[in-house]
Design a protein around this ligand. Structure first.
Ligand code: GTP
Ligand code: MG
Ligand code: ZN
Length: 380
């Protein structure tokens, strides 16, 4: 039963939960993840479903885990995790040998209701991970994300090859990519950016918006339903945190810090330094991430095949099964190039990304360009 004497946290009443919550301290960063003003009268606001819980996670519960509490990770620190349970914001502890680096913002974990000790992480529906230059193991960016908002500005930040890297990552993770174009107000021809972005992948949604205005939230409402999770990625200074603040709305307690960009090259100043989960005013959750300097790809063969569908579809028509599409006779890709139906720049970028992926991926099945058997939405 809920503890009637439990004081509200930052103006929040504890929603009914089948256990007595123990809150080791005030957690401003997590409290901020909870939309204030609703739960006091609406205990369903922090229902598991509103936090993004689905049968996919429910089906993973074992009979002897009935006493454990599901919680969603909101921030990951070097030595602790914060999260949200039906009881509200919590600070979790980890078993002695565990490493917080194994957890991602957006993960679902099972914790015991007395100590908030993490007992088990549930298998992820989707996981976004990235490799840094020279990095040995991929870094976890976010988990259980439905839609990846790839944010770029209508200025010197706009770079098709970099956007394609993000798209390959999203495709591989089983997360729907959407390109968000910011700073159209500062560009002479914003429509040209919109056209270029839309050509990067078949069926790709591209939304031009100004994160500083409330119209931005309206424009994204289709991806921000109750229980849905979006993550923002992109270079520093493109307006990710500004958008988080707009999506979170006026009820947000601790706005994300934002920073201006350098005039001469439009580069940001890496204002955001860690990942965090925030409630969207109209429903759903948004994960803010620090601006990335580089994005290396590895193990994204499926993501690349989807991204470059026009090339992937030609490869089986080549005379040789292991055609590299460079010099072989009977190459359907070279034929398309000559016929002018394939963009040579796309082919060059496909080659570069495929080569990088191959050299970063320990064992890759199938020749380059052939349909890879890679499963969509790798689960771990
Ligand atoms: N003119 C204009 N300015 C914008 C727009 N979107 C964002 N900005 C400004 O761009 C600057 C950078 O925004 P941030 O939200 O801090 O960028 P960020 O992507 O979170 O950057 P990092 O945290 O460093 O990765 C801020 O000064 C914003 O006000 C836009 O559409 N038009
Ligand atoms: Mg930021
Ligand atoms: Zn070929």
């Amino acid at each position: 039963m809920p503890n009637a004497a439990m004081p509200p946290i930052h103006g929040w009443a504890i929603a009914p939960a089948p256990f007595t919550p123990h809150l080791p301290g005030i957690l401003p960063d997590v409290c901020d993840a909870v939309p204030p003003g609703k739960a006091v009268t609406d205990p369903s606001t922090l229902s598991l479903a509103s936090l993004g819980w689905t049968d996919f996670f429910g089906d993973q519960l074992e009979p002897d885990e009935a006493n454990l509490v599901p919680a969603r990770i909101a921030t990951v620190h070097r030595d602790r995790l914060t999260g949200l349970s039906q009881a509200g914001p919590i600070e979790m502890t980890l078993p002695a040998q565990a490493n917080t680096g194994d957890y991602a913002v957006g993960d679902w974990v099972l914790v015991d209701a007395h100590e908030w000790l993490v007992q088990r992480r549930l298998t992820r529906k989707t996981v976004l991970e990235r490799r840094t230059q020279g990095g040995r193991v991929p870094q976890l960016a976010a988990a259980n994300v439905d839609t990846l908002f790839i944010v770029t500005s209508c200025n010197a930040d706009f770079n098709p090859a970099r956007l394609e890297r993000y798209l390959a990552l999203a495709n591989e993770a089983g997360t729907t990519p959407v390109i968000l174009l910011t700073k159209a107000d500062t560009a002479a021809d914003a429509e040209a950016y919109q056209r270029q972005a839309a050509a990067l992948q078949r069926g790709l949604a591209v939304v031009t918006l100004n994160p500083r205005t409330s119209d931005a939230a309206t424009a994204l409402v289709a991806w921000c339903g109750a229980g849905e999770t979006v993550a923002l990625v992109g270079s520093s200074g493109v307006g990710k945190s500004t958008l988080v603040n707009t999506l979170a709305g006026s009820a947000q307690r601790l706005p994300q810090q934002t920073g201006d960009i350098r005039e001469h090259d439009a580069k940001g100043r890496h204002t955001t330094t860690s990942r965090s989960l925030h409630a969207i005013a109209g429903g759903g959750w948004v994960i803010d991430t620090p601006g990335m300097r580089t994005l290396q790809v590895s193990d994204v063969a499926y993501g690349i095949d989807t991204l470059f569908a026009e090339i992937t579809e030609l490869a089986p028509l080549c005379k040789f099964r292991d055609c590299t599409h460079v010099h072989e006779p009977g190459c359907a890709v070279q034929a398309a190039l000559k016929a002018g139906t394939l963009d040579p720049e796309r082919l060059a970028r496909w080659r570069k990304l495929s080569d990088e992926n191959q050299s970063n991926t320990p064992v890759q099945s199938g020749p380059r360009g052939a349909k890879s058997p890679g499963a969509r939405g790798k689960r771990r």
